[in-house]
Design a protein around this ligand. Structure first.
Ligand code: ASP
Length: 333
């Protein structure tokens, strides 16, 4: 008899806990050492805050209406891809040949299913292509023309490739080519990759990342953003993570997975694991970047070793917060 009461109690406790689970969203819009207050005037910083808030608001309303983490990651990233302030979708950095070549990935922390596209050139919202790969394909990563075709077949909008190209990025690529700057150097890094991690009311975590990659990339270079475990990772039992920065280092160090793995195996908090991977591992290799995440306890975290990282977060029922520079420069807003 006692045993039955205990089972009933545990059942009710689990149900009410599941119902009480609050949702949360965290986003980034890229990390970089050019993000210092002197480089941006008031209008430009206001535009960053506005764009980050618009993305958070989209996610918040979808989660409040009962959407799941995976769909919300895609919806939020689409808002950022449509905004030419960021290096994803419209306004992405251009290849050496002055074309947009876009990468994106998304992962479901409940099922460990993942989808990614690399080097797509006509899909308006590459994150929708990544989600189609996750939902409908037996594969994890599709690339190039095949990925463009697959995404269209599954309903993603295809635009003329000129849609992605904005004048400032075209000017930069022309200058780089003229001056024959070292094309593989981090100096050419233009921040603005976007990412999102969501925990929904069921407690499921999903993560996604979308980017144009590194400015003036050549030879079909692919960065960390579409690589599961490098730029994006999600597992309900540890954490969801989205990264931004010098992709080659994020791939070599499998940064996103390592953060999740540290949470899982050595029981660090997401924040401790992120700080270790960014400030110990990446910094010791003189590599730069940052990441955002939500751990299995629902704690939001972020870490970066650049002067700034565009970022924002919102917990259910609380005010959204957005930041551009490091907190020492910025102070709380
Ligand atoms: N990680 C991206 C890449 O290497 C670039 C970035 O995050 O800014 O393609």
């Amino acid at each position: 008899m006692k045993k039955h009461f205990l089972v009933l109690f545990l059942f009710c406790f689990t149900i009410s806990n599941a119902q009480e689970s609050k949702y949360a969203i965290i986003i980034h819009g890229g990390a970089g050492n050019g993000l210092v207050p002197g480089n941006y005037n008031e209008v430009q910083t206001a535009a960053f805050h506005h764009a980050l808030n618009a993305a958070l608001a989209r996610g918040d309303s979808a989660l409040a209406a009962g959407a799941d983490a995976l769909d919300v990651v895609s919806l939020v990233i689409q808002v950022l891809e449509n905004d030419s302030l960021f290096n994803a979708g419209k306004g992405a950095v251009l290849t050496y040949e002055a074309k947009a070549s876009l990468d994106a990935s998304i992962m479901d922390g409940a099922s460990l299913e993942a989808g990614a596209v690399a080097g797509v050139s006509c899909i308006k919202n590459p994150i929708t292509a990544a989600l189609s790969v996750l939902r409908h394909s037996p594969h994890v990563i599709l690339s190039g023309a095949g990925a463009d075709r697959y995404a269209q077949e599954k309903g993603s909008i295809c635009v003329d490739p000129s849609y992605f190209i904005i004048p400032s990025k075209l000017k930069t690529i022309k200058r780089i080519r003229k001056e024959q700057e070292a094309l593989d150097s981090a100096q050419n890094h233009k921040m603005g990759t976007v990412g999102c991690v969501v925990r929904d009311r069921e407690g499921n975590i999903a993560a996604g990342t979308s980017t144009g990659g590194m400015m003036a990339k050549r030879y079909g270079r692919i960065g960390d953003s579409p690589i599961v475990g490098a730029g994006t990772y999600a597992n309900n039992s540890s954490a969801g993570i989205s990264c931004t920065g010098h992709g080659e280092y994020f791939i070599r160090n499998v940064i996103a997975f390592q953060v999740a793995n540290r949470v899982d195996l050595i029981e660090e908090s997401g924040q401790e694991a992120a700080d270790y991977m960014i400030h110990d591992v990446l910094s010791s290799q003189k590599a730069f970047g940052g990441l955002i995440g939500i751990d299995r306890n629902g704690e939001l975290f972020y870490s970066f070793n650049t002067t700034g990282m565009l970022r924002g977060f919102k917990r259910e029922g609380e005010k959204a917060q957005t930041y551009i520079f490091s907190l020492e420069i910025e102070g709380d807003n």
